[in-house]
Write a protein that binds this ligand. Structure first.
Ligand SMILES: C[S@@+](CC[C@H](N)C(=O)[O-])C[C@H]1O[C@@H](n2cnc3c(N)ncnc32)[C@H](O)[C@@H]1O
Length: 247
């Protein structure tokens, strides 16, 4: 029997090996994750995350599941806009969650936050148990993306909202070329300088290129059972927000 392969950045690896490699990357970068995000994007990831909140329009009383929630950026933003929401942050890398729990907001918002170690492809929650599901810069790291989308659909209640923030593609070849030059020439050396870890940031830029473009990813969201699927490009398509509803 031949074993299945998938990609880890530009490398082909056994499907069963990928999660461990991704876990290794985020364990390595956890303590420098927040500072690197600001350095690489010149702070623009904050604007994208705020745009996600603008489109989601959080409301008090909602139960949010933030998958691949890492150090809590989405959870804290959601609770800042809806202080009486209840948020579960799930991530497979415990060191990322530990960094999140060290942040000041984690203490002030503690009554509204749960931190859970788990896998996006097999969520440890019953059917129909959340109003909103978010995943920000997480889904491209998941071994079987379609499984994660299907799981999101399962745990959302009917009427629930699914939203993804992810790196995407610029629909203009010249601009995409310039952005590629920036990514491959600047980001891995910056990772080396700030986090003493070139390889993790080489993986980051490669994984972005392997992720499906806007229209293909929209089709996967529809295949997971979501309706009224749409997307908005951010910064010309460097990133995109994808939205769907469980009807
Ligand atoms: C780039 S970080 C994103 C963190 C945060 N959501 C943000 O926007 O800043 C990606 C996160 O995805 C997590 N991750 C990757 N694969 C996962 C999976 N299968 N299940 C749960 N978390 C996963 C990693 O551990 C990492 O913390």
């Amino acid at each position: 029997m031949t074993s299945k392969t998938t990609h880890f950045g530009f490398k082909d690896v056994e499907e069963s090996a990928k999660a461990g490699m991704v876990h290794g990357v985020f364990t390595n970068v956890a303590s420098k994750y927040d500072v690197m995000n600001d350095a690489m994007s010149l702070g623009i990831h904050r604007i994208w995350k705020d745009a996600m909140m603008d489109w989601l329009a959080p409301r008090d009383g909602q139960r949010l599941l933030d998958v691949a929630g890492g150090t809590g950026d989405i959870a804290f933003r959601f609770l800042n806009r809806a202080p009486n929401a209840q948020v579960t942050v799930l991530d497979m890398t415990e060191s990322m969650l530990i960094e999140g729990r060290k942040r000041a907001e984690a203490t002030t918002l503690a009554d509204h936050l749960d931190w859970v170690v788990g896998d996006a492809m097999a969520l440890p929650f019953p059917d129909n148990s959340f109003d909103v599901y978010t995943i920000s810069f997480g889904i491209r790291n998941v071994t079987r993306v379609q499984d994660a989308i299907n799981e999101a659909h399962r745990v959302l209640r009917p009427g629930g909202r699914f939203m993804v923030l992810e790196f995407s593609a610029i629909p203009h070849p010249g601009l995409q070329w310039a952005y590629d030059r920036y990514s491959f020439n600047i980001i891995p050396p910056l990772g080396q300088m700030i986090a003493n870890d070139r390889d993790s940031y080489q993986y980051l830029v490669e994984s972005i290129r392997k992720f499906p473009k806007q229209d293909e990813f929209s089709s996967m969201i529809r295949a997971g059972g979501f309706e009224q699927v749409s997307y908005r490009n951010l910064s010309l398509g460097i990133a995109a927000l994808h939205s769907g509803w469980k009807i």
